[in-house]
Design a binder for this molecule. Structure first.
Ligand SMILES: [Fe+2]
Length: 338
C-alpha cells in the first residue's frame, strides 16, 4: 500500500515542500485508512494536507461553489471523488494555478494492485508515446487473437468517440489510474472480430462467442456456430436496431477502437481489474457516427502497427523494443518498463 501511496504523492502529484494539498474524498466510498496514509506521505514531503469528505455527487450535478473555492485555493488536489475536468475548467478557467489529480481507486484492494504500484511517470510516458506518436494517422494496424479475431485497417484522422472524450479534458487535470487510451480512428477495416466478452466493464466471458464480420469498415453481419445462436441473435439485434434508428449506411461503421496500455494493470472482470480499462488484455470498438459502445470486448490480442509486433497474447510483444520508452525507463531509474 505504501508503494502505491508514494507513487501517487511523489510520481503523480509531485508534491513539493511548502505546498497545500487538498485531499478530496467521496464519503462512505473512499477508504479512510488510505487517506490517512496519503496525508502522512504529504506531511513527510514537507507539504500540508487538508482533508475534505463530500457525499457522492448526483450525476451531472454542478460542483458546489464552496468546493470550487477549496480547489482553487490549493496548490494540488488529490481527488478520490468524481470531478468533471470540463466542469472544473468552465468554472476555474484553463490555468487556475492548481494541479488536480483524479483517481478511480477507492479501496485498499485498489491500492495494493499492480496497477496502482507501477511507476506513474512511466505509465504516463507509455500513454503519451502511443497516443501522440505511435498511433499515427495512416499507419496500418492488425489484430489477431487465439479466439479467432483477424482484422486490419488503417488509422484515420478523426474518431467521434475521441472527440467526445476530448471535450472532457483539462490541462491542469491528470489521472492517477491509467485509463483506456484515446480511441484510435479506423478506416478500411476488414476481417472478423470475435466477441469474447460482453457486459462492458464487467467483462463477462462468452462460452460461445459470436463473430462480427467487417467489410469496408462497416460491421455488416454477425456469424457463429449453432451453439452461439443466442449471442449471434443478440448482437445482430443491436446492429439492426442501430441501422433502423440512425437510418444511415454508416450506422455500424467502425469509428474507432481502444483498450489499455498499462503494462501491469490487472485485467480481470469486475471491480479491480477494470479500473479505467487500463490493462492490455482488453480492447473494443466504438461504432457509427455517434461513436457508441456495443458491449463487445476482445480478449488476449496480438497487435501489429505497420507489421511491427506491439502486443502478443494480451501483453507487450517480446520483440517490441521502443527506444524512446527504453530511454524513459532509464530516466525514471527503472531497469525495465514491462
Ligand atoms: Fe470505449
Amino acid at each position: 500500500m505504501q508503494e502505491a501511496v508514494a507513487n501517487l504523492v511523489q510520481n503523480c502529484a509531485q508534491v513539493q515542500r511548502g505546498e497545500s494539498v487538498l485531499l478530496l474524498n467521496e464519503q462512505d466510498v473512499m477508504d479512510a485508512d488510505v487517506v490517512g496514509l496519503i496525508g502522512e506521505a504529504i506531511s513527510a514531503a514537507g507539504a500540508t494536507p487538508r482533508v475534505m469528505w463530500e457525499p457522492s455527487p448526483e450525476r451531472g450535478a454542478a460542483i458546489p461553489g464552496e468546493l470550487l473555492e477549496s480547489i482553487a485555493s490549493s496548490d494540488k488536489v488529490i481527488a478520490h471523488f468524481p470531478l468533471s475536468p470540463s466542469a472544473l475548467q468552465e468554472s476555474l478557467g484553463p490555468d487556475p494555478g492548481v494541479v488536480v489529480v483524479q483517481s478511480m481507486f477507492r479501496t485498499k484492494q485498489h491500492f495494493v494492485s499492480e496497477h496502482a504500484r507501477y511507476h506513474w511517470g512511466m505509465a504516463n510516458a507509455i500513454y503519451e508515446r502511443f497516443q501522440n506518436e505511435l498511433f499515427a494517422e495512416g499507419r496500418k494496424w492488425r489484430f489477431a487473437s487465439p479466439g479467432g479475431t483477424e482484422i486490419s485497417g488503417v488509422i484515420d484522422a478523426l474518431s467521434e468517440r475521441a472527440r467526445q472524450l476530448d471535450d472532457n479534458l483539462a490541462p491542469f487535470c491528470r489521472s492517477f489510474n491509467s485509463p483506456a487510451y484515446i480511441p484510435v480512428a479506423s478506416k478500411g477495416c476488414e476481417g472478423r472480430a470475435v466477441v469474447e466478452y460482453t457486459g462492458g466493464f464487467r467483462r463477462i466471458p462468452l462460452d460461445h462467442p459470436p463473430t462480427l464480420v467487417i467489410e469496408d469498415n462497416i460491421i455488416v453481419r454477425v456469424e457463429g456456430p449453432p451453439e452461439a445462436k443466442r449471442w449471434v441473435d443478440e448482437y445482430s439485434q443491436v446492429l439492426d436496431e442501430r441501422s433502423e434508428r440512425l437510418g444511415t449506411p454508416d450506422a455500424n461503421k467502425v469509428d474507432s477502437w481502444h483498450g489499455g496500455l498499462h503494462p501491469t494493470a490487472e485485467s480481470i472482470g469486475g471491480d479491480i481489474g477494470l479500473v479505467g480499462n487500463a490493462g492490455t488484455k482488453m480492447a473494443h470498438f466504438h461504432v457509427g457516427p455517434d461513436g457508441a459502445h456495443i458491449a463487445a470486448q476482445w480478449g488476449d490480442l496480438d497487435m501489429w502497427l505497420d507489421d511491427e509486433p506491439v502486443m502478443a497474447n494480451g501483453r507487450y510483444a517480446a520483440g517490441f523494443d521502443d527506444p524512446k520508452l527504453r530511454e524513459a525507463a532509464r530516466q525514471f531509474g527503472l531497469s525495465h518498463w514491462r
